[in-house]
Design a protein around this ligand. Structure first.
Ligand SMILES: [Zn+2]
Length: 244
């Protein structure tokens, strides 16, 4: 659809629905929390890549129990198919629509999980969120994060090992995933911009649950918007990918 450079105002049931789920959890904050999860996991005689794979598999198994197939899920699937149709070759990726706290995240590097509640957003906002997650898949962010873990924990995962490396690994992983967020934002922005949507849609998506400050996994929302503004409405290359 080639229209609407800005998000239309909210009214009626859309506004009520948006208000109803706002604050139930953040699609922006549910991504790479595995830094803490993995280091706290009681594992032994297991390599870090196995631990990481297992933690995502377990989370995915839990989320699959919340899978929904209803008009909201159908709408999000149509949006997603529209994005996939523009990827060549078609990526190895699955979409799982769940009924639960509002969030979107990518697990195991290839399964995008999104809350059915996000179907109430405007089309450009939905596309931005889906394209952001698709960006993580297309750019191989999961593999990059795994590589950082493997470099810090090259042998068996034990509490002694994880305690010793946790501060440095945490800092490095956090810096990496912050860069991933900027890169996925840039990917998503170009994707929706190509379809006629404007920064208003980006702002709407990012302001669903804004981050006032940086978190371990996400830069502050104002920083993400600032990065996207450097890409602008017309440039074909991203200045926003060069992040610290
Ligand atoms: Zn992300």
């Amino acid at each position: 659809m080639l229209q609407s450079m800005n998000k239309p105002g909210l009214s009626g049931s859309g506004a009520r629905a948006r208000t109803a789920w706002r604050g139930r959890g953040g699609w922006l904050s549910a991504g790479a929390l595995l830094v803490a999860i993995v280091l706290a996991a009681p594992v032994s005689a297991e390599g870090i890549l196995s631990v990481l794979a297992r933690s995502h598999r377990q989370k995915l198994d839990e989320l699959k129990r919340q899978a929904v197939s209803d008009p909201r899920a159908e709408l999000l699937r149509q949006d997603f198919e529209g994005l996939l149709a523009r990827q060549s070759p078609r990526p190895d990726v699955e979409l799982l629509v769940v009924d639960g706290p509002v969030h979107a995240e990518t697990l195991s590097g290839r399964v995008i999980v999104i809350s059915a509640g996000l179907a109430v957003l405007d089309e450009g906002e939905r596309l931005f969120i889906l394209a952001h997650e698709l960006g993580h898949v297309q750019m191989g962010h999961w593999a990059e994060l795994c590589a950082v873990y493997a470099r810090h924990i090259p042998a068996e995962v034990t509490p002694d090992v994880t305690d010793a490396v946790a501060p440095k690994l945490g800092r490095e992983a956090s810096a990496l995933v912050h860069g991933h967020e900027y890169a996925a934002d840039a990917f998503a922005w170009r994707s929706i911009r190509a379809r006629g949507w404007g920064l208003g849609s980006v702002r709407g998506a990012l302001m669903v649950v804004p981050n006032v400050g940086d978190t371990s996994t996400h830069p502050a929302t104002r920083k993400r918007l600032a990065h996207l503004r450097t890409i602008g409405e017309a440039e074909s290359r991203s200045a926003g990918l060069d992040v610290d």
